[in-house]
Design a protein around this ligand. Structure first.
Ligand code: T46
Length: 302
């Protein structure tokens, strides 16, 4: 496993190396708030179908911090701090750029099939945007030094929670996600507790999945998740111990919500498929039920 960068400092623009877990079933990388990125995640969005030659997001934010990465393909992120400009090419799904507040940024040079993932510290707020470059330079230079942001504490998670009964009908649903059409590509944005029915504390994604492999094959005691096929397609079989259902995902603006207590198996991955998952808690192995017999025992169905 590649080591994650542990010393991420708020207000310093920097490339962040994410963990990459090599597996013969495909690769997995994950980002936990306040661990791999120096802020609490409030919103997650992804940009897709970007036609060649388009530029996205030439602006700065007064307060918002963000983390940008290429889940597929490549593009450049150009940052300006009010004094000078720097360009970063993103082309690996386990490396991204942390963009502090008060940084002018644009994204350009999108390759075919590029997929941009952005984690943001705030909800969308038009008042937070600075859209005029000269105004930005004036304000950025006025701010002699940025005061360090308060470190926000993530909620403590109980390690093992009492088991609760779950049925497919209540604990799983497919969701049509918002899709903002734009000449420069489409965008799907997910705010905590609004489009996502929980607060996203971790984002992970499965990629480079060899044909014929399966992922999942377990249940969670407490974790809630939202799965999206941001690229390609795959199917998810859901099992509550009594009843099974298979859902096919093939659209970056369609999500599958899975609550606790549901056995899930992912398979039939198409070439180039990327499964993006928004998760309600940091990774915790004790939250997994990895043996099917134990899953059924927990449900007292035997
Ligand atoms: C799920 C399906 C859809 C971490 O260290 N951090 C993480 O955030 C995750 C998700 C995993 N890991 C480690 C744990 C294992 O050593 O990565 C390794 C592979 O994880 P796992 O075997 O659980 O991978 P999948 O693809 O079978 O399951 C994953 C999620 O774990 C699971 O919650 O629902 O994707």
């Amino acid at each position: 496993m590649e080591k994650a960068n542990q010393n991420i400092v708020a207000n310093n623009e920097q490339v962040i190396q994410l963990p990459k877990i090599f597996d013969e079933r495909g690769n997995l990388s994950f980002i936990e708030e306040l661990r791999h990125v120096p802020f609490a995640i409030e919103r997650v969005y992804w940009i897709y179908d970007v036609p060649g030659g388009e530029i996205r997001g030439a602006h700065a934010f007064r307060e918002q911090e963000e983390f940008i990465m290429a889940l597929s393909g490549s593009f450049d992120v150009v940052l300006h701090d009010g004094v000078e400009e720097r360009k970063y090419q993103l082309n690996r799904s386990y490396r991204g750029i942390y963009v502090p507040r008060m940084t002018w940024r644009r994204m350009e040079n999108f390759s075919t099939n590029s997929l941009c993932l952005v984690l943001s510290s705030t909800r969308y707020d038009e008042a937070d945007y600075i859209r005029d470059f000269d105004e930005f330079v004036f304000l950025a230079r006025q701010e002699k030094s940025f005061s360090p942001l308060e470190k926000k504490n993530a909620e403590a998670i109980p390690l093992v929670t009492p088991y609760r009964e779950s049925r497919l009908a209540d604990a799983c649903r497919t969701m049509t996600l918002p899709k903002i059409h734009n000449r420069a590509g489409n965008l799907t944005a997910m705010n905590n507790w609004t489009e996502v029915p929980f607060a996203t504390r971790r984002v992970y994604y499965l990629y480079d999945i060899p044909c014929g492999e399966q992922r999942g094959g377990h249940a969670h005691r407490q974790l809630e998740q939202l799965l999206v096929a941001v690229s390609g397609s795959f199917s998810v079989t859901l099992d509550d111990g009594r009843e099974k259902r298979t859902v096919f995902l093939n659209n970056p603006s369609q999500g599958l919500y899975i609550g606790p207590g549901i056995w899930r198996t992912l398979e039939n991955f198409s070439s180039g498929a990327v499964c993006l998952v928004l998760a309600s808690h940091p990774y915790e192995e004790d939250d997994y039920i990895r043996e099917y017999d134990q899953f059924i025992e927990c449900k007292c169905l035997k």
